[in-house]
Ligand binder design. Structure first.
Ligand code: ASP
Length: 439
């Protein structure tokens, strides 16, 4: 059994967190390959090392003295080292890095949080340190060269019984450091799981996995113990974020489960993400997530149904303004497009004028301040009556639904409501499918 064990920023924020990591790793001999993020916040007013490194780079670019920022970064690593009694000559390496700052690229600078953290963690666990540079290989278009990466990783696996590996970066074929987008340490863990044929990818963070709804909206929502990759994709797209969105792709194709666990409460069950599982969730739905800040543009034109290319013309206007479309609910002679408010903040009136001019609709209007709410669950596709129950519950509460869309694989029903109804809608759906089912 091989587990890739990835620890996020809060799990390696200070010496105390390092101790928890050690206990977790030592509790299971299959935790042989450990991936770490850069130290994160120790409390809510603290800084993440990666943020400080971006700041360091900005100072460098604008030729502003960066010594105060550097001192903060250095101190964090030195504190961890001293408190754990480690020997790593990290001060020297850090100082050389700072002295030569101008020779580094931005990617190289911001990757150092993971690099130094992995070095300290490797010594502390008594594992080998393996640098991600030259191992995680990026193509020039910034996608991963999975074949080259797998070869390199497997060679390291053959060489070392166990190792600690920095997340978040790798390099191109000409040896330039390249980083993932923010939070990308999760992607590194997933790549290792796939390339080393792991049985499980454990992602240790500061929450015990996913909840069925946002705890800021629903009181003590239930834990999601099992979820499929596709359900997770729907929920995270709508704002339920624990894991980097891209992290599911490397493991999804080979069906390696991801287990989200809490470093501060390792005894808790967490959430297992997997494509195929025989375990059935106790409820008809798996989770609810939502986002505010959408606008819908409604267009009506007599005999639109017989006019070929009408919708395409409107979509190409949106494309010209770089606006991506969330949903297109349609009738026979009318349709709406739902878009992100932030995408049309500056261009909405120009877009409407263009539509009027080029498409000559009989009616056009917009509805602003909409919220989208997705109710997600793989069991919805084979349990009739879920939609009926959802709409009845909202109807009973007098909540006006402005749009309905069901995904073609039937695992997601998305509705739009007015912003004012956002929280009440989520609570109502949760009550209908979870609280009332309990009684
Ligand atoms: N340290 C990086 C960040 O803060 C990557 C990660 O933590 O996964 O974005």
């Amino acid at each position: 059994m091989i587990k890739i064990t990835k620890f996020g920023g809060s799990s390696v924020a200070n010496a105390k967190q390092f101790q928890k990591v050690k206990q977790i790793v030592e509790a299971d001999p299959s935790r042989r390959y450990v991936v770490v993020s850069a130290p994160g916040k120790r409390n809510s007013s603290d800084n993440k090392i990666t943020d400080l490194l971006y700041l360091l780079d900005a100072h460098r670019q604008y030729h502003v003295d960066a010594s105060n920022v550097y001192r903060l970064i250095r101190q964090r690593f030195v504190d961890i080292k001293t408190e754990l009694g480690l020997k790593q000559p990290i001060e020297k390496e850090l100082d050389t890095f700072y002295t030569n700052l101008n020779q580094y690229t931005q990617a190289e600078i911001v990757s150092r949080g993971e690099y130094f953290c992995a070095k300290l963690m490797a010594e502390y666990l008594g594992y080998q340190f393996v640098d991600a540079k030259g191992i995680i290989r990026f193509h020039l278009d910034k996608t991963i060269d999975m074949e080259a990466t797998a070869k390199k990783l497997q060679a390291k696996m053959a060489q070392y019984e166990n190792f600690v590996f920095p997340g978040f970066y790798g390099s191109t074929s000409n040896n330039q450091i390249q980083v993932f987008s923010r939070g990308g340490g999760d992607i590194t863990g997933s790549i290792l799981a796939r390339c080393l044929n792991a049985d499980m990818y454990e992602n240790w963070t500061d929450v015990s996995g996913f909840l069925m709804a946002d705890p800021k909206i629903v009181d003590h929502p239930k834990q999601i113990t099992h979820i499929t990759y596709s359900e997770l994709r729907e929920l995270s797209y709508m704002g339920a974020s624990v894991l980097h969105e891209e992290a599911i792709f490397p493991v999804k194709e080979v069906n390696i489960p991801i287990h989200i666990l809490n470093t501060n409460h390792p005894e808790e069950q967490g959430t297992i993400i997997q494509e195929r599982t025989s375990i059935k969730n106790p409820y008809a739905i798996t989770g609810i997530a939502g986002k505010e800040g959408f606008v819908s543009i409604y267009v009506y034109k007599k005999h639109m149904s017989s006019e070929v290319g009408y919708i395409r013309k409107l979509l190409s206007i949106l494309e010209m303004y770089n606006v991506s479309v969330e949903h297109i609910p349609s009738g026979i002679d009318s349709f709406s497009v739902v878009v992100n408010k932030s995408d049309v903040q500056e261009s909405l009136y120009e877009i409407l004028a263009r539509i009027k001019n080029e498409l000559k609709p009989d009616e056009i209007h917009t509805e602003e301040n909409l919220a989208l709410i997705s109710t997600v669950g793989k069991s919805m596709s084979d349990s009739p009556g879920v939609a009926g129950k959802l709409f009845k519950a909202l109807g009973d509460k007098n909540i006006n639904i402005r749009m309905i869309a069901q995904s073609s694989d039937e695992i997601n029903i998305t509705i739009a409501v007015k912003k004012e109804d956002f929280q009440e809608t989520i609570r109502t759906i949760y009550d209908a499918f979870v609280t009332k089912e309990e009684k």
